[in-house]
Each structure stands twice: as C-alpha cells, then as structure tokens.
Write a protein that binds this ligand. Structure first.
Ligand code: UD2
Ligand code: MN
Length: 576
C-alpha cells in the first residue's frame, strides 16, 4: 500500500538520501530504534553533565577553560595604529622611530593583536592546582606616563582576558600627566571595555604618588599593581589572591616573564627572586626548587608587579610619599615589609610578562635620573639600613651629598610598627651578601681591549665555565651575570659562587680554564690579587686572567705579559 509507505519514505530520504521504496519499508522499525538510542545516550550525557557541574561546584574549581573576556578565541583585535600593508623600507624606519620614542619596538606592538595568544609559562604542575572559589576580589592599578597606546591596551586586555570576572573588581588606569598625542584616543578605546576606568593626574607626580592616587580610588579587597607594559598569563591571579587570603601580611609577586623589547616575543623566566648588591643594583637570584609550584621567599620585590591587601597596605605605611618619579620605592617597601612583620613571595604559578628596556624613555621632571634615584635610595637607606648605611655610601658616594629632605615621619613609622633590625634582615634574607669592611671592589669586570665584561652567562653550578660577553646595562636581566664583588679575602664573588681556577701544576704551560665554585673562604684556588697595573692575578699560580685568544677558552689563565688583554677595571673600587 503506497499510502502507508509515503511518510516513511520522506523520513528516510531526509536521513539517508534516496533509497529504494522496497528498502525503505524495512527501515521504519530501525529508524525508531535509532531514535531510542539517541534519546538514551542524550540522557546519559545530561546526567554526566549534571554530575560534573555539581562536582566542580562542590570542590570549587573553574571547569571552563581560561579566556574570560572571550576575546582570545575571537578574531585578532588590532589597535588603532595597525597597518595592513607596510613596505620593508617603511617598516625599518617605523621600527627605529618606535625604539627611540619608547625604548621598545612599539611599532611591532601596533602590528600585533591586542588579544594575541602567549604560551602558558607556569611552572610544571601549576595548571593542575585548584584554588578556592571565594578568593578576595582585586582592583588592578596601572600607572603610566606616555605609554605606547597599544602596549597599554594589551596590558588591559590581558587582565580582562585572564582574570575570572568574579575576582576582578575593576581596572584603574592612572595617567601620570602624559603629553603624548598618541594617547588621545585612549578614552575611546577604554569605553569599549568593561570594568576599566581612567583617571588623569593634574601634574607629573611620578609612579609612587600615581600609585597612591590609584590606591585611594580602589575598592577591591586586594590591590594588584602592574606596569603599563605587561601581559598577564593564564591563571595569573588566583595564586596571588590565594596567598593574600591565607595571610594578609603576605605580599606576593608573579614571576616576571620577559616580553622582548625588540621582537615582542614572550619568554618564560626561570624561578627567581629579587636581590641586590650594595649599590642597590637589583638583580635576579635563581632558585632551585624541589617542588616547582612552591612559592619562593623573595628578599626584595622588583617593584612593579605585586598584590597587597588594601588595609594592610595602609597599615604598613603605603609608600614614602617624598620619593620622586621613579626608583628605590621597591627597596624601601621590601625592607619595611620584611622588617615589620610581613613577607614577600614570588610565585612560580603566577606569570606576568613585562617589557624590560635598557633605559627610561621619559624625563625625570627637571632633574637627572641618577639624582632622583639616589635621593630615593638615600631616603630608604637613612630610615632602614642602621649601621650598614656606610657600606651603601661607599658604593654610591654621590648619594651622601644629596639633600634628602625630612625623613622623620618614616623613622616614626618604623618605631610605631616596632620593626626588626637590618642585621636581622640580612641574616635571614641575604646571608650571602658580604657586609661592610669586607669588600675591595665590585660591579662589572671589564676588559677595555675587547670591550667586554666577565660573565657567568647564567651558569650557576660548581665547575661551570666563566666567560665574557657584551657589557650589559643595569636592569637588563642578564646584567646580574656580570655583577662581581671583590672581597677583602681576595675572592671574586658572583652570588654564592667564587671565581676559581684549579692549577695542578703551576709551571705547566697549559692554559687554564676559569670556572665557578661555591665560595669556601680558604683562599687557595679562589684567591686573586688585583694589581696596580689592573691585572687580576691568580695567587697560587701567579698566572693572569686573560681574554682575546680565539684558540683558548674565552676567559683563561696565562703568563702575565702586561698586555691589554690582561687588564681589567671594576665598576666600583673602594678606597680603604
Ligand atoms: C622597575 C619596576 C617599576 C618600578 C621601578 C622602580 C618592574 C617590572 N618594574 O622599573 O614598577 O618599581 O622599578 O621605581 O618591577 N611611570 C609613571 N610616572 C613616572 C614614571 C613612570 O607613571 O613618572 C610608570 C611607567 O609608565 C610604568 C611604571 O611607572 O608603567 C614603571 O616605570 P618603568 O616601567 O619605567 O620602570 P621599570 O620597569 O624600569
Ligand atoms: Mn616597567
């Protein structure tokens, strides 16, 4: 009967295309079974979904992938200066222009999506950690002066994109009186974004006062400060908030990854913490970890990127408001937090990229950068260093003559908070730093003939070879590999290691390799004399530190011949 078959044929056609009438007649019951099967598997799936959501909520974890603003998965979003076609010649001149203006390649930034993907650089095991759902909410504060627009926007995009909405109260941008026309569309760009506001200061105030202004507007339980050229990575915020939640006097920082200033490539940093030498030069100290996800104890913070409980920030004395423009506030805050009962951590599970550059692209409000920096240092030194301040002045003699103004309110703060001594700080946080009256020279060890500096190249283990490399500016990450201290025990020290050369036979003409070895304080292979003729003489063998022979290791021992290949200068030499 044709009439009975017709509806079935329609159904079959839809699902399987054309089939013979004959076959279709047989199919009807099969289609029905098929429907039942679909229905049953749908039910199973739904049950599992309900269980999964219940389970996830019960154990408080976020069960959806990151990218909270949803922009990561969308089309690339370009900033206002993006050019679709750029000739090679034009590219080069635009790059040069950008480098001169910002000290990083902002042209490359303009050509890079604001929501670009970056590699998840968290240490192994971090991605599997679970955090409570009810962490404190954060206000993110970003201060800037003449920042490159797309770099600033990418910072904000990354915060929105990588922070679970329930943990982000607001993003406060504080414009420290920028006068660069490239920022005139900033308000328009920000108006497209949620939770983000922009305040402009009526005069140039410097990053310290600008951050305080931002803090005064913040309403979240925790404040997170960021520089204006950062990119937050996956899961960056939870570890920070978790540490503050556990103990409100903990001030955690992310591990600061490197955004290359020229290529904008995002690179993973090693687990490391801030340290300093007596010139207050900040450097990174690598840390070995058994448990890779474990927070690291940080003697000092780099300064730009940290989370702090909002009421604790007040309680511990915010910042020294008489510090100007830039520099030293991170040292002051670090000493204060440690000595007055708090602690600083660096978290390998929280990663934020930052563009490090060779020098500041902006002016310092009418005085030199070095004067501003040294005044800020001296204010911190006078309040916190106790008997050790003379050592600082030996490293930075110029700071002694600077008028630092009134510090009585900060001295009173230290008394009021009943803070510990600087001796306590050194013993507990930087036991390897040689204290006063134990140093002869320090800084980079430069050979003028080849114009390079003695460099560990980042090697830190016993017996690693020491080499030389282009002398790097302070604050560039690799600079730390070129910082040496020449002690009164005649050791040449890099962090915990000493320059070492083993000489089984002093008369051998073999050219000796120079390596690192943990300082043992016994002289021997680690004893070096710095002569009036600028030679660095290995005491045991009476051979000279030498460079510049392509047939030998880069740094080697050779018979002293008085040539410029054996003459070195230290950045700082201390008159005794
Ligand atoms: C590092 C810190 C920085 C700060 C500084 C010492 C990191 C990654 N960076 O230097 O945060 O602690 O050491 O003071 O730890 N800015 C203003 N007004 C000014 C000058 C600067 O708002 O007058 C802004 C600037 O746009 C940037 C931030 O302050 O967002 C830090 O300045 P920087 O990036 O030049 O400092 P940086 O990273 O060399
Ligand atoms: Mn910076």
């Amino acid at each position: 009967n044709n009439d009975q078959l017709r509806p079935v044929r329609v159904l079959v056609k839809k699902q399987y295309g054309t089939m013979s009438k004959h076959y279709a007649a047989y199919l009807k019951p099969h289609v029905k079974t098929h429907g039942k099967f679909l229905w049953a598997s749908g039910m199973i799936l739904a049950t599992w979904t309900v269980f999964f959501i219940l389970y996830a909520n019960l154990f408080n974890f976020d069960y959806f992938e990151l990218s909270y603003a949803g922009v990561q998965d969308a089309q690339p979003v370009y900033g206002p200066f993006y050019k679709r076609h750029v000739a090679t010649k034009e590219k080069k001149s635009l790059t040069d222009l950008a480098m001169r203006k910002h000290r990083f390649n902002s042209f490359k930034s303009d050509q890079t999506p604001l929501n670009r993907k970056i590699p998840d650089t968290r240490s192994e095991g971090c991605a599997e950690l679970l955090y409570p759902h009810n962490l404190p909410v954060a206000s993110v504060i970003i201060v800037f002066h003449n920042e490159a627009l797309t770099v600033l926007l990418r910072t904000v995009y990354s915060v929105l994109d990588k922070t679970p909405p329930h943990l982000l109260k607001e993003i406060i941008l504080v414009d420290d009186f920028s006068d660069d026309g490239e920022l005139k569309t900033l308000d328009l760009e920000i108006s497209k974004l949620v939770k983000t506001s922009h305040i402009r200061l009526p005069k140039r105030s410097g990053l310290i006062k600008a951050r305080l202004f931002g803090a005064s507007r913040a309403t979240g339980e925790v404040m997170i400060f960021l520089d204006s050229h950062c990119e937050c990575n996956s899961g960056w915020v939870e570890p920070l908030l978790y540490e503050v939640k556990k103990d409100r006097s903990t001030v955690p920082s992310p591990i600061i990854d490197v955004i290359m200033y020229d290529t904008f490539e995002y690179r993973q940093a090693n687990p490391q913490v801030g340290a300093f030498d007596w010139s207050f030069t900040f450097y990174w100290q690598l840390r070995e970890q058994k448990n890779l996800t474990e927070p690291l104890i940080a003697p000092v913070m780099a300064g730009g990127l940290f989370a702090i409980d909002r009421s604790y920030f007040e309680e511990i004395g915010t910042y020294d408001t008489d510090m100007n423009i830039w520099g030293g506030e991170n040292m002051e805050m670090s000493f204060r937090i440690w000595m007055c009962g708090g602690r600083l951590l660096s978290l390998p599970c929280s990663r934020v990229g930052h563009i490090f550059r060779d020098r500041a692209p902006y002016n310092f409000g009418g005085e030199s950068q070095i004067l501003t920096l040294h005044r800020n240092y001296a204010r911190a030194v006078e309040v916190w260093l106790d008997g050790h301040k003379e050592l600082f002045y030996r490293f930075v003699p110029h700071a002694r003559d600077i008028d630092i103004g009134d510090i009585s309110s900060r001295v009173n703060l230290r008394k009021r908070l009943n803070c510990k001594s600087f001796d306590w700080y050194l013993e507990n946080l930087l036991p390897m730093l040689p204290t006063e009256k134990r140093l002869l020279a320090s800084g980079q060890i430069r050979n003028n003939k080849i114009g390079q500096c003695v460099d560990t190249l980042g090697f830190r283990k016993a017996n690693d070879t020491v080499s030389h490399y282009r002398c790097l500016p302070k604050r560039e990450p690799g600079y730390t590999n070129q910082v040496w201290m020449y002690s009164k025990n005649y050791e040449i020290i890099s962090l915990e290691n000493c320059l070492d050369a083993s000489v089984p036979d002093a008369n051998s003409r073999a050219f000796k390799r120079v390596s690192l070895w943990p300082c043992h304080g016994l002289g021997g292979n680690q004893k070096w004399h710095y002569s009036a003729t600028q030679q660095i003489i290995h005491a045991e063998s009476q051979l000279c530190l030498s460079v510049g022979d392509p047939s030998k290791p880069k740094l080697f021992l050779d018979h002293c011949d008085g040539s410029a290949h054996q003459m070195f200068t230290f950045t700082n030499i201390y008159s005794q």
